[in-house]
Design a protein around this ligand. Sequence first.
Ligand SMILES: N[C@@H](CCC(=O)N[C@@H](CS)C(=O)NCC(=O)O)C(=O)O
Length: 278
Amino acid sequence: MMEVVKTHAVHGGTLRYLKHDSQTTGTPMTLSVFVPAGTGPFPVLYWLSGLTCTEDNFTTKAGAYQAAAAHGVIIVAPDTSPRGEGVADDEAYDLGQGAGFYVDATQSPWAPHFKMESYVTGELIEKVEAQFPANGVRGVSGHSMGGHGALTLALKYPHLFTSVSAFAPISSPTRCPWGEKAFTAYLGDDRAEWARHDAALLIEAGAAKGHYDDILVDQGDADSFLENQLKPELLLAAADKAGQKITVRMQPAYDHSYFFMASFMADHVAFHAARLKA
Ligand SMILES: N[C@@H](CCC(=O)N[C@@H](CS)C(=O)NCC(=O)O)C(=O)O
């Protein structure tokens, strides 16, 4: 059982901060879990956060729990990387602790602990769904680096997920500075290996074809990372080529922050709930 560190009542449900020793990362890992009122069992929406975040950013800023309570959906928000003194790190905000990129690192010094792909798709789901009233039906969403995580994990593991959405995702990490830097560090120089973790390239290659009836993406047009890092046009072009439906909503005046996400979070929870409860 994961250790409950803090408990709060919110919107009639219960929010818990949890901690556990992970066999996958070899470190303690932290997360938050919101469970609606009632006995369930409920579907689960997994939320993957962006660069610099812990489990706390989404939990305190996204304003997701009113909609989750109304729709009867559990929401799980894990930390974005392993952390601790014995864990490799980098001074930059976009590499190392707080920047796990939802891949399994193969390169030194990252390989021993940076296993976020295996952690999220394996141990996290197993531990959460053993401890809370989950019905085995799952969605995944996330922001920026976590939007990349949500899209790529949904495309690579369609047997795990029924619905996927993202806010301001890194659409094609093989073609932007954040992704090129992280993939070089974590995966090495082989671009064929990088392509296995690139949402636009995965869609173009037909990954999970026919599994998701739609993918919802919200993107602020005043996001300072839009042109250089996020590039939603690459997702649209890939989806068009592959015949995958994707709804990219350009939201005028919104930036990269949780104010933007809080403004459209209820739409995403409803998008998932409609599919998870179908
Ligand atoms: N610190 C970076 C930006 C990092 C950033 O914007 N992080 C986003 C995810 S990519 C975030 O959610 N930050 C935490 C927050 O807003 O609570 C910078 O100054 O360029």
